[in-house]
Ligand binder design. Structure first.
Ligand code: ACM
Length: 552
């Protein structure tokens, strides 16, 4: 099969022609006038080939041209004939995508960090013409429930770039851990970044813990490094501080932001740790946001807004009641909306757009430019788009990759499911039934790797890949994956092997990827149909109803 028929995500057009061109130590990297920086981008992304790619300004070889005629800002064109390779785009991001596709046209060894002895780099002649349908093609990694090292995140940025995904949403804070090392608020690192042990087994039926401390955090310099590494690959990091709920770790370190006593949680579910929405809290958070936006330069900051048992947490608090009266607000949902808008205003002052889970849309917590990450189903996504907000489509079904990939009894522990590779491949991020105006507000889509049941990077690979390959195709093309997806994927998995990604094979888990008979054994978990129905109902409201906390 021609490598032009193995590309993932599938380009708009990819056509082989006869013959080959080989990249060798003598091949120059030819920058057209004004494309010197674009040539640097190509050199950086092809560094694993260990070719000198000596700079040249004319002649045959690997040629790079910035061509304003390529209308789409992320569009690109590749032409390979027996005299050389030409990469065209109108922006550096387009050149980056062209280079990633070229790397897929090369032998699989191009995905190793260093080539094996004797590696050669032939490329079949042909042409690729391509551009993405959606601007936001993302994935979320939950580094709060389980911490993943900076090196794991950098490796994921390489995997994202390989699939032309361009947003990495880092869920940096939650009840079970706070992962941002603040200079102003040192107790976040000292207290909020670790827990003494972790719940073992499924959250509803296993009170046991593993007895092992867990923790970690990124310094602001680490976050700046991650963001810069991402930017070099055309990826924007979207950092999330989840507010006002999911705040046990924050409140364990700074109890004055809430009421009562809190500890960094060891178990899963929805907690009753919600910060008080009062001016002192907003001032504290504004300081943190300033530190975060100084470190991470992208346009977006995610501020959470999900799963707040507002009545349970604010109902009996006199200070909250007084502030609510002062503002002339009639209920906790209005106060929640006010709080989220205040934080959105802080972001505006830093030149950023707020991203929030869809509860903040339902609760009136948005500014006009806020982006809604719609997770509770198609209904709330459409309502947000109809109201004129930009929407990132991330419905639990089929974008939550913490759900099992099959009903196979060998699957390891997960929250429930299944959400199969075929489910992801069949996702239509821009539903045909929506109006033209609603469809225009679909900024894009992203998958979610919540990590309650993902304790280490090997298991992260298992849960994310190859579903992320299908997702990347859906996000790039704006519609369900093409009919030949599984054939292309079968070839693409060899690239993931070379890249060292420990994905789930199409035939099921390898012996060491199964759940076994201990704490990691499969339990049924919540069936996906039940989850979907439950969330569709919850999506009518902005908060978690009284006494429902600890439900997942
Ligand atoms: C979420 O899954 N709580 C956004």
């Amino acid at each position: 099969m021609s490598r032009y028929q193995t590309l993932v995500p599938r380009p708009v057009q990819a056509r082989p022609a006869g013959g080959t061109f080989e990249l060798t130590p003598q091949t120059p990297l030819v920058a057209a006038p004004g494309a010197e920086q674009a040539a640097d981008v190509v050199r950086l992304l092809l560094a694993p080939l260990r070719l000198p790619l000596r700079p040249a300004s004319a002649g045959d070889g690997l040629a790079v041209r910035l061509d304003p005629g390529i209308g789409h800002p992320e569009g690109y064109r590749i032409r390979v004939d027996e005299t050389g390779i030409q990469l065209y785009a109108s922006t550096l991001d387009g050149i980056r995508h062209a280079t990633q596709t070229l790397r897929q046209l090369l032998p699989d060894a191009a995905w190793r960090t260093v080539p094996p002895p004797g590696a050669r780099w032939p490329v079949e002649c042909g042409e690729v013409i391509d551009a993405p349908a959606l601007a936001w093609r993302g994935g979320m990694i939950d580094v709060a429930r389980h911490f993943f090292s900076k090196h794991t995140i950098l490796r994921y940025l390489d995997l994202f770039a390989m699939h032309r995904l361009n947003r990495l949403h880092l869920h940096l804070t939650d009840d079970q851990g706070w992962r941002i090392g603040s200079r102003r608020y040192p107790r976040l690192a000292e207290v909020a970044s670790h827990r003494p042990h972790t719940q073992a087994g499924w959250f509803r039926d296993n009170p046991e813990t593993d007895g092992t401390p867990h923790g970690g955090y990124y310094t602001l310099d680490d976050l700046a490094e991650i963001a810069a590494y991402a930017a070099e690959r055309g990826i924007t990091v979207v950092p999330e501080i989840d507010l006002p709920g999911h705040a046990s770790a924050l409140l364990a370190a700074y109890p004055q932001l809430g009421s009562g006593r809190h500890t960094v949680r060891i178990g899963w579910g929805i907690s009753t740790s919600v910060v008080k929405p009062v001016p002192a809290t907003v001032r504290f958070l504004a300081d943190l946001i300033e530190e975060l936006t100084d470190a991470v330069p992208g346009r977006y900051v995610h501020l959470g807004g999900d799963e707040c048992p507002l009545h349970d947490c604010w109902g009996g608090d006199e200070e909250v009641a007084r502030y609510q009266r002062e503002l002339g607000l009639t209920g906790h949902v209005e106060l929640f909306g006010h709080f989220m808008r205040e934080l959105a205003g802080v972001l505006t002052a830093h030149g950023r757009r707020m991203v929030v889970w869809d509860e903040a849309f339902v609760g009136g917590g948005l500014l006009a430019d806020s982006v809604v990450a719609a997770w509770r189903g198609d209904g709330v996504s459409r309502r947000a788009a109809a109201a004129g907000y930009d929407v990132v489509r991330c419905p639990v079904f089929p974008t939550y990759f913490d759900y099992a990939q099959s009903d196979d009894p060998d699957e390891p522990l997960s929250i429930g499911g299944p959400i199969t590779l075929e489910d992801v491949a069949g996702f239509a991020p821009v539903p045909e039934s929506w109006t033209e105006q609603e469809r225009a507000h679909v900024l894009g889509a992203q998958f979610q790797a919540w990590s309650e049941y993902i304790p280490d990077p090997a298991h992260l690979d298992y849960m994310v890949f190859p579903r992320a390959c299908a997702f990347a195709e859906v996000a790039w093309t704006g519609r369900p994956a093409a009919d030949d997806f599984v054939t292309r994927l079968a070839a693409h998995l060899s690239r993931l092997d070379a890249a060292g990604c420990r994905y789930r094979p199409l035939s099921g888990p390898l012996p060491w990827q199964t759940g076994g008979t201990g704490h990691r054994r499969r339990v049924g978990g919540t069936p996906i149909a039940v989850v979907r129905e439950h969330l569709e109902r919850l999506a009518e409201r902005a908060d978690i109803p009284p006494d429902m906390a600890t439900m997942a």
